[in-house]
Write a protein that binds this ligand. Structure first.
Ligand code: URA
Length: 435
């Protein structure tokens, strides 16, 4: 077999055999194929895609390129809820303790924020002393102790994804749906959860700007999961405006805690309740979402998720008292009120601009090396459909360093669009499908 023939076949939109894909990736992994040949293969794939079998073999090879984490001896039903990333997405922080309250374990790898999107790992690290496990043994131990097992991506898990992603990044081949689907699913499948819930974001703050692309990505990931015998549910959810009101690490932790106390923003609470209800359906506790949501509302009322979150924080070295006393969290020293220059109804909020305006305050990273200032961020006071008069407060900026304050304020102001007529916000959950 020759690599050049495999590239040529993909270039000419012919179907590759399982052996050809395996050969390409095995040889690349051990350093026998140069980056320029794999770059050519990735570009050919960008244009010609992959069929179901190609994608299955490609994803399986990636998944098996490093450690596989399974949980022998753990009796809990384990779920991995993954989001494709957005602005203000603090769902895992609220969802994991609700799952733990139903004896559903969370088993997942989470990311750090980059660019306009935040990462769950950074958010939890707002809690002083909080430390995620660094080894698979640590992750298993955490699931055993408190039901919630989350750790960061490491070089040992799916190393082939890291190699390929670096090449995609510099060859303009990141936005390929089969390559994105394989990249995400290989990391999900390397951790043996019983059910996978994929929250595919769509809109101005998401990777998938259009609903059609989000649908295709969701279906491609379901197909991969199905081909490997995994239970996968995809939810396509709105990211045409930030999720909830808080954007920035500490601020999002507080909003997530408020949500499990039953006081969260309406649309975010509904998303969390629905994802939790999907978990209950996957586990077999209920046979419809309405019943699941009812159970979730009841458990929130009982206060159990708050106790489960405290237990998780305690087991990761943080101070569980932060759940009752937000003053124990790092909050930026200064605030600036951003006032509207317009009258009307909010018709859109460019979520990506809000993410970037938080990032330049220190809440996110422009490059992987940047250091996060956890207490900074933005609280939005107006969302799509709200009536605004000139001079009304649109948002509050939380900042420590005023260097980028003016730019951040201008980005927020230009993120808002107004209309003279009332605009109904899009539903938070657009579609739910399962395999
Ligand atoms: N997230 C991933 O993990 N991989 C991609 O390719 C894109 C987004």
């Amino acid at each position: 077999m020759r690599i050049v023939d495999i590239i040529q076949k993909k270039r000419d939109a012919e179907v590759l055999s399982s052996e050809e894909i395996s050969f390409l990736l095995d040889e690349y992994m051990v350093g026998n194929v140069p980056d320029y040949q794999v770059s050519a293969f990735l570009m050919a794939t960008y244009f010609n895609g992959m069929n179901k079998n190609e994608l299955k073999v490609f994803t399986e090879k990636m998944m098996n390129s490093g450690d596989i984490i399974d949980f022998p001896g753990i009796k809990k039903f384990l779920i991995d809820k993954h989001s494709t990333g957005g602005v203000g997405d603090k769902t895992t922080i609220a969802l994991a303790p609700i799952f733990a309250s139903f004896d559903i374990g969370t088993a997942k790898l989470s990311g750090r924020g980059l660019g306009h999107t935040g990462g769950t790992i950074d958010k939890f690290e707002s809690i002083v002393g909080f430390q995620f496990p660094e080894t698979k043994e640590g992750l298993i131990d955490l699931v055993n102790k408190c039901g919630t097992g989350i750790m960061g991506y490491s070089d040992k898990i799916v190393p082939l994804d890291k190699k390929l992603y670096s090449l995609r990044d510099v060859t303009a081949t990141v936005p390929s749906i089969p390559l994105i689907a394989a990249s995400i699913m290989s990391k999900k499948l390397a951790v043996h959860a019983d059910g996978i819930i994929l929250d595919v974001k769509t809109g101005s703050g998401a990777f998938m700007k259009s609903l059609d692309d989000a649908r295709l990505l969701a279906k491609t990931m379901r197909d991969i999961g199905d081909s490997m015998g995994r239970k996968v549910v995809t939810c396509i959810t709105d990211m045409d405006q930030p999720l909830g009101f808080a954007v920035g690490n500490t601020l999002e932790v507080i909003e997530a805690i408020e949500t499990i106390k039953g006081r969260g923003p309406k649309e975010f609470s509904y998303l969390v309740e629905t994802l939790a209800a999907i978990g209950l359906m996957l586990k077999g506790d209920v046979d419809n979402l309405d019943k699941g949501r009812e159970m979730v509302l009841e458990i929130i009322k009982s206060g159990k998720p708050v106790e489960m979150l405290k237990m998780f924080i305690e087991n990761t070295g943080g101070n569980p008292k932060i759940v009752d006393d937000y003053n124990l969290l790092p909050i930026a020293k200064n605030k600036l009120s951003v006032k509207s220059n317009n009258n009307g109804y909010v018709s859109a909020i460019e979520a990506e601009s809000i993410g970037k305006s938080a990032m330049i305050l220190g809440a996110g990273r422009a490059t992987k090396e940047d250091i996060i200032d956890h207490g900074t961020g933005i609280i939005l006071h107006k969302k799509i459909g709200d009536k605004v008069n000139k001079g009304d407060e649109l948002a509050t900026i939380y900042y420590n360093d005023s260097k980028n304050l003016k730019d951040s304020e201008e980005m927020i102001l230009s993120a808002y669009a107004f209309s003279t007529d009332f605009i109904e916000p899009r539903d938070i959950i657009l579609e739910i499908e399962s395999v």
